[in-house]
Write a protein that binds this ligand. Sequence first.
Ligand SMILES: [Zn+2]
Length: 179
Amino acid sequence: MALLKIRKFPDDVLKHPAEPVENIDGKLNTLLDSMAQTMYAAPGVGLAAPQVGESSRVIVLDTDHENPGKHLLKLINPKIVEAEGKIVWEEGCLSVIDYTADVERAARVLVRAWTPEQKEIEIEADDLLAVALQHEIDHLDGKLFIDRISRIKRELYRRKLKKLIREGKADDRPSSVRI
Ligand SMILES: [Zn+2]
């Protein structure tokens, strides 16, 4: 296991849809373990493989801040099979520094995925877990939460980021809510 480097917007790797997993093997399990370790260290509640530069449809999530590790989810080829209702959540992202925005998502989702134990499971989620699942699965499709806000807000963020990079402040500014 190792801490992985988290790629930041506008890194190209974040824009590309990830490849489906065809073999659940030792290499994949090592990646999942390292992703979980990187997520906890960040700290964040979720992390998708493209965020660490891997084009692979896997995510890790843990929305239970009080018992870290107890409800860790490692999901392989996750897919939203049902979605209903609407919820607006203030989202941030480990790959989008120093920015949060309100994003509208489905309030409840049913997600089907494979586990490292090679079992196909279904997860019903609402609240933060529903938001986090949609946010992470977006990463697998090459989408960031800032692709779901208005063009004006996105443009203002691009300018702010350019300024931060120019001033050399881009590296030490994580966002406050990190999915
Ligand atoms: Zn994210």
